[in-house]
Design a protein around this ligand. Structure first.
Ligand SMILES: Cc1cc2nc3c(=O)[nH]c(=O)nc-3n(C[C@H](O)[C@H](O)[C@H](O)COP(=O)(O)OP(=O)(O)OC[C@H]3O[C@@H](n4cnc5c(N)ncnc54)[C@H](O)[C@@H]3O)c2cc1C
Length: 326
């Protein structure tokens, strides 16, 4: 029997372990997790009757594989209702609904009139290079206010990213493709909304999917989670793997001995035929420091945004808002 060691018990490591065990009887799979709990950045917490997500809120249902995984694990996804499509952006001292139609855009207080008029220039703005930063792309097409009011919140919300550093082609490939194909995002939107046939457009994650006449910067698909919170999926995976997960067991470094890998942990050395690193790049860089200096250096160079999560809970009767949006 071949031994597989998976380092990291977040959703990546747990899913790899589950997939390997489901498809191959000839493998002995062990997951090494440094923390005292599996799940990594998926972490739902119930406190005083509130359900807090300390990491991921959910997933988009346009990826069939996630739904297939839920089915295989016997857990029921819970899709958000239509209200979740309505986005609010806090600007000019209040929550503004993200306009969904040209008329709503004109009526909205989100942008100044100057900013709105600048949008008209989008129709004739020149095409940009094959790739550029999100900020350069948006400033060229929609103006500086469009960047600050519409796109920057999205970059922070989806990527915890800085639009001045992010690549438009990699972060919003669908939008870049529309510019290249139609010359203008507004023209593309009008054309696609008129057509009733499905269009093949790349989704924001870089995947391709069929979306009926839908265009926009927001990711496609419906935000989906579980009644008990996002952690239901990693809990279900961990339950299936049961004895195969070694908690509080960080892997410190990696070496080879003959044809085997050796994983160094505080509890001793573990041998394996195959090793999967499902750890953040900076952690993988540490593990590989003495094993492959070049690879370790490349991994260490991948930037991660620092994020703090602060959860607030309010009693419903203390909130005047309809709570009909995101
Ligand atoms: C605040 C926040 C919100 C997010 N929201 C969403 C969302 O709504 N939807 C979405 O799809 N994605 C979201 N994401 C992204 C998503 O959570 C991550 O992409 C995903 O959880 C990463 O899973 P992973 O298993 O690859 O890594 P991680 O979850 O980081 O797991 C890595 C695991 O490796 C362990 N580890 C590290 N070093 C070692 C070591 N040396 N030895 C052993 N174990 C080690 C860690 O303890 C951890 O458990 C969000 C991320 C954050 C931070």
């Amino acid at each position: 029997m071949r031994k597989v060691a998976i380092v990291g018990g977040g959703i990546s490591g747990l899913t790899v372990a589950y997939a390997l065990l489901s498809r191959n009887d000839n493998l002995k799979v062990a997951v090494f997790e440094g923390d005292k709990r599996p799940g990594g950045k998926i972490w739902s917490d119930k406190t005083h009757g509130f359900l807090f997500e300390k990491g991921a809120n959910g997933f988009l249902d346009n990826k069939p594989r996630t739904l297939e995984l839920c089915k295989s694990l016997g857990i029921n996804p819970l899709r958000s209702n239509e209200n979740a499509r309505k986005r609010f952006i806090f600007s000019r001292e209040k929550l503004n609904v993200l306009p969904e139609s040209p008329l709503a855009f004109l009526k909205s207080d989100l942008m100044t009139w100057r900013g709105k008029i600048r949008f008209a220039y989008e129709l004739i703005a020149p095409k940009g290079p094959e790739d550029e930063t999100v900020a350069d792309f948006v400033k060229r097409r929609l103006g500086k206010e469009g960047l600050e009011k519409l796109i920057d919140p999205m970059c922070s919300g989806i990527f915890a990213g800085d639009p001045y550093k992010m690549s438009i082609r990699h972060c919003f490939p669908a939008v870049k493709e529309l510019e290249q194909k139609y010359g203008s995002l507004i023209r593309a939107m009008i054309k696609l909304q008129r057509t009733s046939s499905p269009h093949l457009i790349p989704l924001s994650s870089g995947e391709r999917g069929r979306v009926r006449g839908k265009v926009g910067l927001a990711p496609q698909g419906t935000l989906t989670s579980f009644y008990e919170g996002a952690q239901a999926i990693t809990d279900a995976l961990a339950e299936r793997l049961a004895g195969g997960i070694k908690l509080r067991t960080p892997v410190l470094s990696l070496a080879t001995h003959g044809s085997l890998y050796q994983l160094y942990t505080p509890d001793g050395v573990v041998n394996a035929d195959i090793v999967v690193l499902a750890t953040p790049a900076y952690e993988s860089a540490e593990i590989l420091k003495d094993f492959d200096r070049e690879l370790s250096k490349s991994l260490a160079g991948i930037p991660y945004a620092p994020v703090s999560i602060i959860c607030f809970g309010y009693r419903r009767d203390k909130v005047g808002h309809d709570l009909n949006g995101f």
